[in-house]
Design a protein around this ligand. Structure first.
Ligand code: SAH
Length: 246
């Protein structure tokens, strides 16, 4: 009798937990859909940068498919899907979803592309890129963040993303050459090795400017071997690009 009661109790508890999870999942799906609409609306004020067509549906779909709440553990979905930056520990932040979308759009990623990200952080931007590219290589300088991001990406079956621990200033030649490079930490100038590893016709998107203040979101296009054009897109505020001591 006791065993039966325990079984009934366990079943009820499991069903309760499942119901609660389903409720949370539904809540997250709704919050994520709302975030995409906020981004779409916000993009209208960026018509000068994005053109009248605004953001591409392909990039918006990637934003709608990437579960940001799983990259910022311990946050409710209403916080995870608000259009703002969030701390991810060790003094680092995950960017505002609109900025992630804007940088992804400017990177102009095609389905067969190989993309480099410098500044893995939580792994969220890499996951967004993974929906759009054939292969994503991402470098993080802080060991704990590289490890945590690699685990999150693996748990979520992002099999086309490779995470490396190291200083992204030198890029990742063995993974390239790259069709697009996204740098998510601010530095005074674009690291020359990254331009070197960019294919002709490729694009690099990066906040250029001093640390702890406002930087210029910059798009560098490689127009030929040793040739580039540079475009300033707007003002952003990113965490600093740090260099390894060795
Ligand atoms: N793209 C991340 C957020 C980036 S925060 C996300 O989606 O969550 C910027 C990250 O760049 C931080 O994690 C910081 O540790 C890392 N970083 C700073 N300098 C770096 C460097 N030289 N090489 C690689 N990563 C660097």
């Amino acid at each position: 009798m006791k065993t039966l009661l325990l079984l009934v109790y366990m079943l009820a508890a499991t069903r309760g937990a499942i119901a609660q999870n389903t409720q949370q999942d539904t809540q997250c799906v709704l919050e994520r859909a709302a975030m995409v609409e906020t981004i779409r609306a916000y993009a209208r004020s960026y018509a000068d940068v994005l053109g009248q067509q605004g953001l591409s549906e392909r990039v918006l779909a990637a934003m709608g498919q990437t579960q940001r709440h799983l990259f910022v553990p311990g946050r409710s979905c209403s916080v995870a899907y608000a259009d703002g930056p969030l701390p991810i520990g060790l003094g680092q932040t995950i960017s505002q979803p609109f900025i992630v979308t804007l940088m992804t759009e400017l990177a102009d990623v095609a389905p067969d592309d190989v993309v480099l990200e410098v500044g893995t952080g939580s792994g969220y931007q890499a996951a967004v890129l993974a929906h759009l590219a054939r292969k994503v290589c991402t470098i993080e300088i802080i060991p704990q963040l590289a490890e945590a991001a690699a685990k999150t990406l693996k748990d979520l079956s992002y099999d086309n993303v490779s995470v490396r621990l190291g200083d992204g200033y030198v890029g990742w030649p063995e993974c390239g050459p790259f069709d697009a490079i996204v740098v998510t930490a601010a530095l005074g100038q674009v690291p020359p090795p990254l331009i070197e590893q960019l294919k002709v016709g490729g694009r690099l998107v990066m906040p250029v400017g001093p640390a702890y203040t406002i930087q210029t979101l910059t798009v560098v296009e490689k127009t030929g071997p040793g040739q580039t054009t540079t475009r300033a897109v707007g003002h952003v505020r990113f965490v600093p690009f740090t260099r390894s001591k060795d």
